[in-house]
Design a protein around this ligand. Structure first.
Ligand SMILES: [Zn+2]
Length: 82
């Protein structure tokens, strides 16, 4: 069973420390919420070794330039792609 890494979209979490590993069966969809903290999560991109440690707080522009979809939370709880 593959072990997939996920992280909260906000990039910050005290409960899962910004990353959670979830066993996914092949017929199972990726979860949308962190099982530990309930934040919306996204799959971590697969990193090639050695793993890069980035200590800079992620920003929207950085995320966009890295090719990630960036969402912001609206008042109604809906997500709007920026
Ligand atoms: Zn979390």
């Amino acid at each position: 069973m593959p072990l997939q890494r996920f992280r909260p979209i906000s990039g910050r979490c005290k409960l899962c420390r910004g990353e959670v590993e979830i066993h996914l069966a092949s017929n199972e969809n990726a979860p949308e919420e962190c099982p530990k903290c309930g934040q919306e999560i996204e799959a971590c991109p697969t990193l090639t070794a050695p793993q890069m440690k980035i200590n800079v707080k992620p920003s929207v522009s950085n995320a966009k330039s890295a090719g990630f979809k960036v969402f912001k939370k609206l008042d109604g709880g809906e997500l709007e792609q920026q």
